[in-house]
Design a protein around this ligand. Structure first.
Ligand code: SAH
Length: 187
């Protein structure tokens, strides 16, 4: 069966992440991706995870402690637009994941936004290793979602092909705006 965008995001990450790597969860939420990344990098690796909601940090912390993955994760209660200062410039990153939109079953007013997402992408690309990947799963059915999707699409299309390969993955015959996945790989 074809993988959902969410599942495919994990496939794309798993293909490149090795134990000991440093990676980023730009939108922690309830910490599903943070835990997935923490498992892949192992105790010698490092996951930087960001969210603007206190509840996200609490839920993620709990999940990590319960699964024995807390040690290799640094949780930041701040937006991913601060990545440039939160992660040292000389740190090279193997991968990053974004889930753009709002946190399901939570405050639907708290959404990711084009400007801050773009700032985060700039900072991540500056630190991305060769063969490293940035995966974005873009939910766009809510108010403001289309503008963010347009920014991501435009940003990705403008990346020079000599340096990056960019993929989109999308079910084009499904109702209710299923998420669209983008993957940027540094050559
Ligand atoms: N991957 C998560 C789901 C993330 S939903 C999971 O597995 O549960 C998107 C998240 O982005 C929300 O939790 C929201 O609070 C967060 N968010 C919104 N603006 C943000 C910003 N500027 N920086 C980081 N996170 C942000």
């Amino acid at each position: 069966m074809l993988q959902t965008a969410m599942r495919f995001s994990h496939t794309l990450l798993k293909e490149v992440i090795l134990t000991g790597d440093t990676v980023v969860d730009a939108t922690m939420g309830n910490g599903h991706d943070t835990a997935f990344l923490a498992q892949l990098v192992g105790l010698n690796g490092l996951v930087y995870a960001f969210d603007v909601q206190e509840q996200a940090l609490q839920n993620t912390d709990k999940r990590l402690v319960e699964t024995g993955l807390r040690e290799q994760v640094r949780l930041f209660h701040q937006g991913h637009e601060t990545i440039a200062t939160a992660i040292p410039e000389e740190t090279s990153l193997r991968a990053a994941i974004f889930n753009l939109g709002y946190l399901p079953k939570s405050d639907k007013q708290i959404i990711t936004k084009p400007d801050t997402t773009e700032q985060a992408l700039d900072a991540l690309l500056a630190r991305l290793e060769s063969k490293g990947r940035i995966v974005l799963v873009v939910y766009y059915g809510h108010t403001g979602g289309e503008a963010e999707l347009a920014m991501v699409q435009d940003y990705c299309q403008k990346l020079p092909q000599e340096i990056y390969s960019v993929l989109t993955y999308q079910f084009i015959n499904q109702k209710n705006n299923p998420p669209i996945l983008f993957c940027i790989e540094r050559k």
